[in-house]
Structure formats: structure tokens, C-alpha cells
Design a protein around this ligand. Structure first.
Ligand SMILES: [Zn+2]
Length: 87
């Protein structure tokens, strides 16, 4: 992660946390801010194609996780198939 990416990342997270609080208990995608259906049921989320990053947040889909990694120079844990996975 470059210092420029870190600055953008911190601004993005601050913005995301602020908008999440406004929406109440609902979680939104860390990249596109689409509403995540049921953040309290990770198994159901993953069946729906969402990506769960423990202690970090949620992505509505694998492409959003890929784009977030690329934009901010972050590498999430991946499984053998190349998908982001913390299983
Ligand atoms: Zn998304």
C-alpha cells in the first residue's frame, strides 16, 4: 500500500463508517456501498455471493473485493480458487 493509497483508504473508511451509522444496524458493501442483506448471518451472505472479511467489513460480491484490493493496494486472504475467503 502506498502512502497515497493509505490516505485514500483512511478517508474511504471514515466515510463508510459515517454512512453505516446513519443507516443504523444495516451494513453496506465496503466498495460500492450497496446494502448487505443480512450481516448477522455470514453463511447466508456467502451463499448470496457476498464476501465477509472478519473484523473489517463486507463486500456485496467478489468483483467489489477485487476492486477494493486493487484501488487501495490491500491483499485479502484467498482460498485455493483465488476467491477472498476467511473460512
Ligand atoms: Zn459492492
Amino acid at each position: 500500500m502506498t502512502s497515497e493509497q493509505r490516505a485514500r483508504y483512511e478517508a474511504h473508511c471514515a466515510h463508510h463508517n459515517a454512512t453505516s451509522k446513519v443507516a443504523g444496524a444495516a451494513e453496506t458493501c465496503m466498495f460500492c456501498e450497496k446494502l448487505i442483506a443480512d450481516p448477522f448471518d455470514p453463511a447466508k451472505l456467502q451463499l448470496a455471493g457476498a464476501v465477509v472479511i472478519p473484523f473489517f467489513g463486507y463486500f456485496c460480491s467478489q468483483p467489489c473485493a477485487d476492486a477494493f484490493e486493487r484501488d487501495f493496494g490491500i491483499q485479502f486472504k484467498r482460498d485455493a480458487t483465488g476467491k477472498v475467503s476467511y473460512q
